[in-house]
Design a protein around this ligand. Structure first.
Ligand code: PMT
Length: 407
């Protein structure tokens, strides 16, 4: 991958924290790429990072002294970490080891990198690098989820051959990929002052107190959109069905369970919002009655009477003061045809269609790909991390929204 040169170089202060992993050598290339794009780079290293690459390498490449100690006697007030945190426009931890990720997830601050993470008020990115078994360990994944809930943005890791001889997910993302993400996501005021309402996750339609009908959805796509819209400066409200994700801080999050509750939560807010994005997998059918007590097997319930739930998306688009309305279409076949039928049938401004039920992308996965349709136009967003995809979709929505409002 090559980094697209930006017409106007971004004079960004990038604070690069390097942890102890073999991928530390790749961070030298990252410094070079960032400087080429006009960024000023300062480097901090953990003690173990210095076992892999010498601070001198990063001093030469960044043109700045490298920081390694928490309490720096050379700093006037011995508070180098606070000064560095204030200086940074963005903090990127690359490579981020399982150890540093765990420390950051639990608020520990026993070295310069973990203390900087706590002191930083700027956006924080992490590019994890570790053995595939360590990456897949439940505790590491829980730490990642915890950090995502604190608005940390993850780049990678990628899958492939590892330095330890194993194959799997855990390779640090390539420097060009990290650089591109940092630069593209820096234009973050495109939705300043715009109100965005997003629905995410599944709904549960109860048969009795212990059983329900639901759709597959982890909420990851909707939550990524909420984070991306918020980073673009929007005032975001997120209506979420039951999911196992940390809600992003500083957002108005409304928790619902059933399709009827989601309908009320969305419709009551929709005419006061500028953009509505329906990423939720709302159940299309709900039991006609919810039994008050658990149905016993001996009662042999074999027929379930259902009624259709109200279509939230279609009703939002028909409001008198309808927002710019973006739907999703989850399809297992004839993606384009079904998506276009939903676009015109529900009178939407835009629809984002994804394949579901395949090995890659769709629900649960961290990755997805989208085919976007609007009146007289379409775009393809190839398979990538849902956070990055959300950023791209928010950019597209903003362009169409501005055109509609002739800004
Ligand atoms: O949550 P993840 O695990 O990250 O997975 C993401 C996703 C696959 C769930 C997401 O990308 C997605 O496709 N969401 C829409 C799923 C869906 O219900 O698609 P649909 O084609 O059945 O519905 C079309 C549109 O109508 C959707 O915008 C849906 O929110 C909306 N709808 C559907 C029924 C209903 N009663 N009310 C609605 O508003």
């Amino acid at each position: 991958m090559t980094v697209t040169n930006l017409e106007t170089p971004i004079k960004k202060h990038v604070l690069l924290a390097i942890c102890g992993g073999i991928a530390a050598y790749k961070s030298a290339e990252l410094v070079r790429l960032l400087r080429k794009q006009g960024c000023e780079v300062r480097v901090v290293m953990t003690h173990s990072a210095r076992e892999f690459v010498s601070p001198l390498t990063f001093q030469a490449l960044s043109g700045n002294p490298v920081h390694t100690e928490l309490l720096d006697v050379e700093e006037e007030n011995a508070m180098g970490h606070i000064n560095l945190a204030r200086w940074a426009d963005v903090l990127v931890i690359a490579p981020a080891t399982a150890n540093t990720i765990a420390k950051c997830a639990h608020g520990l601050a026993d070295d310069l990198v973990s203390t900087l993470f706590l002191a930083a008020t700027c956006p924080v990115y992490m590019a994890p690098a570790m053995n595939q078994a360590m990456w897949n360990k439940t505790i590491t994944q829980e730490n990642i989820r915890q950090l995502e809930g604190c608005e940390v943005l993850f780049i990678g890791p990628n899958a492939g051959d590892q330095a330890c001889g194993e194959t799997g997910k855990g390779r640090m993302a390539e420097p060009a990929e990290i650089c591109q993400r940092l630069l593209l996501e820096s234009k973050s005021d495109i939705l300043q002052g715009v109100k965005v309402l997003i629905s995410a996750g599944p709904t549960r339609e109860y048969i009795d107190p212990v059983r329900y009908i639901t759709n597959r959805s982890s909420g990851k796509m909707g939550f990524a959109l909420a984070r991306a819209a918020s980073r673009a400066g929007a005032q975001v409200s997120l209506v979420s069905g039951p999911v196992n994700l940390q809600p992003p801080p500083h957002l108005d999050v409304i928790h619902v369970e059933t399709a009827a509750q989601m309908y009320d939560a969305v419709i009551s807010r929709a005419s006061k919002t500028d953009i509505y994005i329906g990423a939720a997998a709302v159940a299309d059918y709900s039991p006609r009655v919810m039994e008050k007590e658990k149905v016993k097997k001996k009662d042999s319930l074999t027929t379930l009477l259902l009624h259709k739930t109200k279509d939230i998306l279609a009703d939002v688009a028909q409001l008198k003061n309808a927002p710019f309305t973006v739907g999703f279409a989850a399809e297992t076949n004839d993606l384009a045809a079904y998506a276009q039928a939903k676009l015109s049938g529900k009178k939407l401004d835009m629809i984002a269609a994804n394949w579901v039920g395949r090995e890659q992308g769709g629900f649960d996965s961290n990755q997805n790909a989208l085919e976007i349709f609007w009146k007289n136009g379409k775009a393809s967003l190839p398979m990538t991390d849902k956070n990055q995809l959300a950023e791209q979709l928010i950019n597209l929505i903003t362009t169409r929204f501005n055109e509609k409002n002739r800004i």
